[in-house]
Write a protein that binds this ligand. Structure first.
Ligand code: NAP
Length: 251
């Protein structure tokens, strides 16, 4: 069941005046979200590990007449607490508030039984999918608090809500993501302007999906662009009363 209100469509300027940071903004769902947010008036901050991909998204936004985005080349696999605090400090010196934070970057790791999952891979997946997500959220909370209404969206997965064989560290990292969302939403719900939810995109035609299911024809699943109204809704003020929910794009 979709959480979108019946017949909800975004206004052309639904995100005008908002600044939204998207992680993993260079490809897949994050790229589509960044472009879509910009098309609806937002200033988008593009965080990702491959600068050339971020620059390509930047160029598209500018060519489409969007608000000039920011580029934040950051490898979340290597980012520590001090790095992310410094990043937030730099941002806050030029940007007064953050209205949205889409935690989208993730890595799949290996599709293997847990018995064969190396500790190194486990740590790598947890670093990108959980630890960096936690540290970045914490670092950006003061900027989110400056917004009239702010939305934090964590990206989950079906295997983060019900464990499945061979999804290993990735699945466990998504359970942790759900936990992070629930604890933060409960902490902030009553005392702040910040709402916090998780979103499971379902099967979407991206590099990650094609890697996880190499034998599946890519056309089996929707392209990210076709689903963007869900992300737009969660970043728009129309979703201001939704907090602490584990939401899904596709039933
Ligand atoms: P994707 O195509 O693999 O894109 C992931 C993005 O994250 C890429 O831009 C990637 O950067 C970035 N990224 C990965 N590691 C990073 C790091 N260390 N530092 C900074 N950025 C990093 O994946 P996707 O399918 O769009 O997935 C987006 C989100 O949806 C993920 O959280 C995923 O778990 C979730 N999800 C996807 C599906 C699906 O069917 N696609 C289903 C359920 C959940 P590069 O471009 O440099 O590689």
């Amino acid at each position: 069941m979709t959480f979108l209100p019946d017949q909800w469509l975004p206004q052309a300027d639904a995100l005008a005046g908002k600044t939204i940071l998207v992680t993993g903004a260079g490809d897949g769902i994050g790229k589509a979200a960044a472009l879509s947010f910009a098309q609806h008036g937002a200033e988008v901050l593009l965080l990702g590990r491959t600068e050339a991909k971020l620059e390509a998204v930047y160029d598209t936004i500018v060519a489409e007449g969007g608000v000039e985005p920011g580029i934040i080349p950051t490898d979340l696999a290597k980012a520590g607490h001090d790095d992310l605090i410094a990043l937030a400090g730099e941002l806050s010196s030029s940007i007064p508030k953050l209205d949205g934070l889409l935690h989208n970057a993730s890595i799949l790791g290996d599709r293997k039984p847990l018995a064969q999952t190396s500790a190194a891979l486990w740590h790598q997946v947890m670093q990108v999918n959980v630890n960096a997500t936690f540290m970045l959220t914490q670092a950006l909370l003061p900027m989110l608090e400056q917004a009239l209404l702010a939305s934090v969206v964590f990206t989950s997965s079906g295997v983060g809500r019900r464990g499945r064989a061979f999804w290993g560290a990735y699945a466990v990292s998504k359970f942790a993501t759900e936990g992070l969302m629930q604890v933060l939403a409960d902490e902030l719900g009553a005392i702040s302007n910040i709402r916090v939810n998780s979103l499971n995109p379902g099967a979407v035609n991206t590099t990650m999906r094609r890697t996880a299911y190499p034998a599946e024809p890519p056309t089996t699943n929707p392209n990210p662009e076709a689903l963007m109204q869900h992300w737009l809704y969660l970043m728009s003020d129309d979703s201001k009363d939704i907090n602490g929910q584990a939401l899904s794009v596709q039933s």
